[in-house]
Design a protein around this ligand. Structure first.
Ligand code: GSH
Length: 242
């Protein structure tokens, strides 16, 4: 079974998406921190793993791949008999799952990632949020979440009545935005609010968040760890900086 190795950054949402699935599937893996601050993701060594120079990348024995959602699909199929079942086989359920996996990429992430950049990443990297852009994106996200609200009034999870891959894919960006003023856009919609609460309360997700803290400390990135604490308000972690 061994040989799973994730190359990524603990603060990257795409990396966290892969880690969430690894934890849902209860798979052991090695985490190889890519130092994005020094541009390690643009070196020949990393470009051999992902020619687009982005994290994450996965190695599973001889298999090497990139693109977080391709990796999660690979893991969910290859390790179907492990941990949480994230795929649906029955045609109608599979059809719904395929639709909502795509909706996450083309409707939700398209807006939500830009908003997370404005409200979460820019402050983390010492940059100033463009408030007008953030407001505009919040409006756009609200329109996407209106569709989600109608959907989640009929189904418990985004692609149906069972938790699955489409739900997990949302967790990283939702996690960041729920710690920002964009939280109101989610909680103003009761079904969305309940769904978000559930996906962020998954034990697998809690492990991703705990690992993020540990990895920032392990790689002595206390500056980043402090910024994460400021972002997520985990004051109990202040001791880790000393
Ligand atoms: N579609 C890709 C996106 C990967 C991506 O955007 N990764 C970011 C970090 S979350 C990155 O490596 N950014 C650096 C860059 O683009 O140069 C995936 O899902 O894996």
């Amino acid at each position: 079974m061994g040989g799973l190795r994730v190359h990524g950054s603990p603060v990257s949402t795409a990396t966290m998406r892969v880690l969430a699935v690894l934890h849902e599937k209860e798979l052991e893996y090695d985490f190889v921190q890519v130092d994005m601050k020094s541009g390690e993701h643009k070196t020949d060594k990393f470009l051999a793993l992902n020619p687009f120079g982005q994290v994450p990348a996965l190695e599973d024995g001889d298999i090497k791949m990139f693109e977080s959602r391709a990796i999660t699909q690979y893991l969910a199929h290859t390790y179907a008999d492990r941990g949480t079942q994230l795929l649906f086989k029955e045609p109608k359920k599979m059809a719904d799952q395929s639709v909502w996996v795509e909706v996450e990429v083309h409707h939700f992430d398209k807006v939500a990632s830009k908003l997370a950049w404005e409200l979460c990443y820019k402050p983390m990297f010492g940059m100033k949020t463009d408030e007008a852009t953030a407001e505009e994106l919040k409006g756009e996200l609200g329109k996407v979440l209106d569709v989600y609200e109608a959907r989640l009034a009929r189904t418990t999870f985004i692609s149906g009545d069972a938790f699955g891959l489409a739900d997990v894919h949302h967790a990283p960006v939702v996690h960041y935005l729920m710690s920002s003023p964009a939280k109101e856009v989610f909680v103003a919609r009761p079904h969305v609010g309940k769904w978000v609460e559930y996906i962020l309360s998954r034990p697998a997700w809690a492990r991703v968040v705990a690992d993020q803290k540990k990895d920032c400390a392990r790689f002595k990135d206390n500056g980043m760890q402090r910024k994460l604490v400021l972002l997520f308000g985990q004051q109990d972690n202040e001791a880790a900086f000393e």
